[in-house]
Design a protein around this ligand. Structure first.
Ligand SMILES: *Cc1c(COP(=O)(O)O)cnc(C)c1O
Length: 461
């Protein structure tokens, strides 16, 4: 049933591949595909083999697909139709195009990264974002590092100095695999003192746990989970008051950290970064690429002398932010100076605040395009569903959206999902209830057409 390697190598399509890719890679790929098919035949039962056709054409298609997969870059652009806006596996936040331009300029030229242009002497890389961060949030001082995990580690390592840090039992969160508050504490040499219970922690629990050895009161945003029912948590304001009474600093790990109040757009109201700063908390940390919508970074805001001490910690050098991130972060923060326009300009915020009418018209456009040409190869419908914020923010929050639900007639929904994943560019969708679901909220400019073409070329042609 299998064509011979020689015969394959003589085909015109393969000769075209020789023009584009090194000869060894083409031959190797042909051999690999051959081996895959051979294995498949050997492990299949006779019945399924009877409708197995190894036509030369199909074989060649697989070879050219595989080769472009192997020869292409590993880190690639994908299309996100999962409806998860801040999707950690898919690269979290997207950058605005003005931000990209600045990024490209800084990347391809020398810059004043650590050079003071006024004085002509060595400057600080942090100076480029410190003022604007303070301006936007009301903080006294700021520092940025590689990511929020780094920000928490560095801050704890500086503030706790091997002594005790008090945290509520309800806030000992794990954020994806290796970031667990108790582990980060250990790595920063802080000694964790847990207070309260899983569902309820009172101010008196903190008060009772304060000893000579206490160095810090820590509040952690329970980003990716929620305790509901009979619960209570101490407000940041109250924790700050308690800290004052005992001359102890207070820190909050805000996780996502949002600068704009998104409750107007149907999201659960969460304290903004500005509100956290206003409580007088000594230091807060949050991510650059979650709800802020910028590049991966860890932002640390706080009192002048606290930030000064953190800057001097030698660990800071190991967690240093790089210049491309800094360029992207500075221009992202500048977008926040433009008021309401920021909601349009930062892709993460744009997706979260998308008008219902826009969602509906996108869904209709995709649906119409698919229905027109599907010649009975699949069923499609528009369904109401919920998008997710993602990035560990507001885990219970559903954002009303429209999805296109597809049920293929001749192939399984799993195989459709796989074909989309292997499409160029890959399209990441989800399966629910035997249908492939595509949420239009997370589509970017020009992507709707690609998705339409992908579905039609996979299922119809
Ligand atoms: C996401 C998150 C972190 C880790 O932030 P990264 O930017 O992913 O390093 C730390 N703490 C909380 C509460 C978070 O939500």
């Amino acid at each position: 049933m299998l064509p011979s390697v020689d015969r394959i190598l003589q085909q015109d399509q393969v000769k075209d591949l020789f023009e584009e890719y090194p000869r060894w890679l083409v031959v190797k790929t042909v051999q690999v595909v051959m081996e895959e098919k051979r294995k498949w035949i050997l492990t299949s039962d006779l019945n399924s083999l009877s409708d197995y056709s190894t036509t030369l054409e199909k074989f060649l298609m697989k070879v050219s697909e595989d080769i472009s997969m192997v020869a292409g870059l590993s880190l690639r652009r994908v299309i996100n139709v999962t409806g998860v806006v801040v999707h950690t596996n898919l690269g979290r936040s997207l950058l605005n195009t003005d931000v990209l331009q600045n990024l490209a300029t800084i990347a391809s030229h020398f810059s004043n990264l650590e050079y003071d242009l006024e004085e002509g002497v060595r400057g600080s890389r942090y100076s480029h974002v410190e003022d604007i961060l303070c301006e936007l949030t009301g903080a006294e001082a700021a520092l940025v590092v590689n990511n929020n995990a780094g920000a928490v580690l560095l801050t704890l390592s500086t503030m706790a100095g091997g002594r005790e840090v008090i945290v509520s039992r309800g806030q000992l969160v794990e954020i994806g695999g290796s970031f667990r508050i108790p582990d980060v504490m250990r790595n920063s040499r802080a000694r964790l003192v847990e207070v309260g219970t899983t569902n309820k922690t009172h101010l008196r629990d903190y008060r009772k746990a304060i000893t000579e050895e206490t160095s810090l009161l820590l509040k952690v945003h329970t980003s990716n989970f929620q305790i509901v029912g009979f619960t209570s948590e101490v407000k940041l304001e109250d924790l700050v008051k308690l800290g004052r009474e005992h001359s102890l600093p207070v820190m909050e790990d805000l996780g996502s950290g949002c600068l704009v109040d998104l409750s107007k757009f149907g999201l659960t109201r969460e304290p903004t970064v500005q509100e956290a700063v206003r409580t007088g908390v000594d230091v807060v940390t949050f991510s650059g690429d979650k709800l802020l919508g910028g590049p991966q970074a860890g932002i640390i805001l706080g009192k002048k002398e606290v930030i000064k001490r953190i800057k001097e910690n030698s660990l800071n050098r190991a967690l240093r932010i790089d210049k491309l991130t800094l360029a992207a972060l500075e221009s992202t923060l500048r977008l926040y100076m433009e008021g309401e326009a920021v909601l349009e300009k930062i892709p993460t915020l744009r997706m979260l605040t998308l008008a219902p009418g826009e969602i509906e018209s996108r869904a209709k456009r995709l649906y119409d395009g698919l229905k027109k040409e599907n010649s009975g190869t699949f069923l499609a419908e528009i369904r109401d569903d919920n998008s997710r914020v993602g990035g560990g923010a507001l885990p219970l929050q559903g954002l009303p959206t429209k999805v296109i639900a597809i049920k293929p007639v001749h192939v399984s929904v799993e195989s459709l999902e796989e074909s989309l994943r292997r499409y160029d560019p890959p399209i990441i969708a989800r399966i629910d209830d035997g249908r492939l679901l595509m949420d239009v909220r997370t589509l970017q400019e020009g992507e709707l057409e690609i998705v339409e073409e992908a579905i039609l070329s996979i299922l119809v042609s």
